[in-house]
Design a protein around this ligand. Structure first.
Ligand SMILES: [Zn+2]
Ligand SMILES: [Zn+2]
Ligand SMILES: [Zn+2]
Ligand SMILES: [Zn+2]
Ligand SMILES: [Zn+2]
Length: 662
């Protein structure tokens, strides 16, 4: 396969900056021009270690001035709070809620409440932390926003969400202990949850607090009588499935049905143990670090990636949101406190999501030492392809590492610094060096994270895979690529789950697909893409046999020779009545039984497809498993219907992972 360094460089560049418009590209081009090609090729390009490269960009005369000059100016850029916008939005929310209470049609009432909710969400997002600005709402805008939203949610019949908003309102300064209003709202929230006993207790407390003002309680009782209680099924939460035969003690997150092996030319990779069948879960692993794509900052939880309905805001920025107080706490007490003030700088720089992940490995670490240790371990264990990197590539990555380190400086990650200058200390150089290593490792080892978007009507028809972010998975990185994978990957939140889409013989490679897939891309395109993006030539069966594109595969299939101990594939017999002669074992055998089984298999696939149509996902999965397992006993790929069945099985499995409605 021809080597194509310029294409490789384009692919590589995209893993540092996703957006040419960002200022990072300009920075890189300026520095490159300043240092000159000679210096780049003859000096910088010849440096042997990441530490030397980092030291060079900060101290070599040819380059350090433009680098320090630009990094000097790194400042917080983020979407700030705006108390006026918040209180205006809250007023809008109140207005729509009032309109809804006068609506005659239930449909109109719901629609107006949805409008109100939208405004209340924005009121929550833009409200500053309590007591920050006493000129508006007495410093209680945030609490008021949550309280307003709670009453809208009661109207929408979402008692549980209302209760958690009431709690947040209290956390952020709303008087609750002596508040009649608070207990009345709580009573209503319980009432819509059909928890009448709890509603009654809350009402009793309100009654006591109200004392002589019995009219308030009477009004509340009247409201409650008018509320429709909905006994909700607990929300169908996707759960991580169990690993087949338990977890492999030597390979965290992986099942006992697989193991890690190492060869000279292929490095470390995962193969099957005894008894790996179709549908077996081979991996269920949380990421070392994962980041959400900026496009989803407004629609998905920054921490767990769940689709947002009633966002909970960071106390300091308005650029991101969380699904719950718990996610907010976990993020803001760890990584987000360092990232908060730079969220818009990240976006403006045009840096790729892989750079966020590199930074996150440090910001989320319990300590600086932990961050260094984690990143150095990753660099040691995962592929980074130092051999194919060009001087330009190293320069670009070194500058990105320097930029990320500078953000950490400004975020006081290294504590309070004595100077505002960039000049890094010894430990800061170490961190920049590790960041440079991570940027190389992430290029080849990060996974895209996606959830399935389903429609209101059907869980398969019209469903779409939505790419939400990316993550680095320690064990997940060890799976090799094949152009037709033997596993299906999907996500439960950020957790990567992989299940086999075929039975595996012991020591057979358990493969994933890095993107170039034979069903959509021909051999030449696949090889070019894999060379460029991942720096290897694929040698999988699909490539060796050069399978045609899926739609061009005919129905004919190759059967295994049926005589004992013979491993040979035979063409579909021309005449079923006659025996065929196997050229390997030289026996005459009949393929009649195999053909009969194939007919049975096709029947199973049809039934599975019908089960999907009827949205009986688990039934469909079981039928596909049986059909596919049987197929591989008698025949080999490519076989159009089995390939389609494997794809459909992936769809079914993904449906048991994280899904959301538009
Ligand atoms: Zn969350
Ligand atoms: Zn925060
Ligand atoms: Zn923030
Ligand atoms: Zn291949
Ligand atoms: Zn044979």
């Amino acid at each position: 396969m021809e080597y194509d360094p310029s294409y490789q460089q384009i692919c590589s560049t995209r893993t540092v900056q996703s957006d040419k418009k960002g200022f990072f590209n300009e920075f890189y081009l300026d520095v490159k021009e300043a240092c000159g090609d000679k210096w780049l090729q003859n000096y910088f390009g010849k440096l042997k270690s990441n530490a030397a490269r980092i030291l060079s960009i900060f101290s070599d005369r040819e380059i350090c001035d433009p680098v320090l000059g630009v990094l000097e100016h790194v400042q917080p850029v983020y979407k700030e709070k705006d108390v006026l916008v918040s209180s205006q939005r809250r007023a809008q929310a109140d207005k729509f809620q009032l309109m809804s209470s006068n609506a005659e049609l239930e449909e109109d009432r719901k629609e107006l409440l949805k409008q109100a909710l939208m405004h209340a969400n924005l009121a929550v997002m833009r409200a500053p932390a309590p007591q920050l600005d006493m000129s508006v709402d007495n410093g209680l805008s945030l609490a008021l926003a949550y309280r307003t939203r709670a009453s809208i949610l009661i109207g929408l019949g979402e008692g549980e969400a209302a209760l958690s908003d009431l709690k947040l309102a209290t956390n952020f300064g709303m008087e609750s202990k002596q508040s009649v209003d608070y207990y009345c709202k709580m009573a209503k929230a319980y009432a819509v949850m059909a928890e009448s006993a709890r509603a009654e207790i809350s009402l009793k407390i309100a009654e006591k607090l109200a004392g002589a003002e019995t009219a308030i309680i009477a009004a509340c009782r009247k409201d409650i009588a008018g509320l429709k209680a909905v006994k909700r099924e607990p929300a169908q939460k996707a759960l991580a499935p169990a690993l087949a035969h338990g977890e492999n003690p030597a390979l965290s997150g992986a099942a006992n049905v697989v193991k890690l092996v190492e060869t000279k030319d292929k490095g470390r990779f995962v193969v099957a143990n005894e008894g790996l069948k179709t549908g077996d879960v081979v991996l269920s692993e949380n990421p070392v670090a994962a980041c959400l794509l900026p496009n989803f900052f407004g629609t998905n939880c920054h921490h767990c990636f769940k689709r947002l309905h009633t966002p909970v805001a960071c106390l300091h920025c308005s650029g991101i949101a969380f699904c719950s107080a718990q996610c907010m706490g976990e993020a803001c007490e760890t990584y987000h406190r360092f990232e908060c003030q730079f969220m818009d700088l990240f976006i403006g720089s045009g840096m790729s999501i892989l750079c966020y992940i590199a930074l996150r490995i440090f910001t989320q670490a319990a300590s600086l030492e932990d961050g260094l240790q984690t990143s150095n371990l990753l660099f040691e264990h995962l592929v980074s392809h130092q051999d194919v990197r060009q001087p330009d590539d190293y320069l670009q990555r070194s500058l990105m590492a320097g930029f990320l380190m500078r953000i950490l400086q400004k975020a006081q990650y290294f504590g309070h610094r004595k100077t505002e200058g960039v000049n890094p200390t010894a430990v800061e150089l170490q961190v920049a060096t590790s960041l440079l290593g991570l940027l190389q490792v992430l290029q080849y080892n990060a996974h895209e994270i996606y959830h399935t978007m389903v429609t209101d009507e059907h869980c398969f028809e019209g469903c779409k895979v939505i790419y939400l972010g990316a993550g680095l998975y320690g064990t997940g990185s060890y799976f090799n690529h094949e152009c037709w994978p033997s596993t299906a990957g999907y996500y439960v939140g950020k957790r990567l789950v992989m299940a086999a889409t075929k039975p595996h013989r012991p020591n057979e490679i358990v493969a994933v697909n890095y993107g170039p897939i034979f069903s959509k891309m021909n051999l030449k395109e696949r090889q070019r893409s894999l060379r460029g993006r991942y720096a290897f030539s694929c040698n999988c069966m699909t490539c060796q046999e050069n399978w045609p594109l899926l739609q061009k595969i005919d129905k004919q299939v190759r059967f295994w020779c049926t005589s004992a101990n013979c491993v040979n594939l035979l063409k579909f017999p021309k005449d079923l009545a006659k025996d065929v002669r196997c050229p390997r074992c030289r026996k005459n055998i009949s393929l009649k039984e195999s053909v009969a089984k194939l007919i049975k298999i096709e029947e199973l696939y049809r039934e599975a497809a019908e089960a999907m149509q009827a949205q009986k996902t688990n039934e469909a999965i079981d039928l596909f498993k049986e059909g596919i397992d049987t197929f591989f006993q008698i025949a080999a790929l490519p076989h159009k219907d089995t390939l389609i069945a494997q794809q459909a099985l992936l769809k079914c499995l993904a449906n048991t992972g994280s899904t959301f409605k538009k």
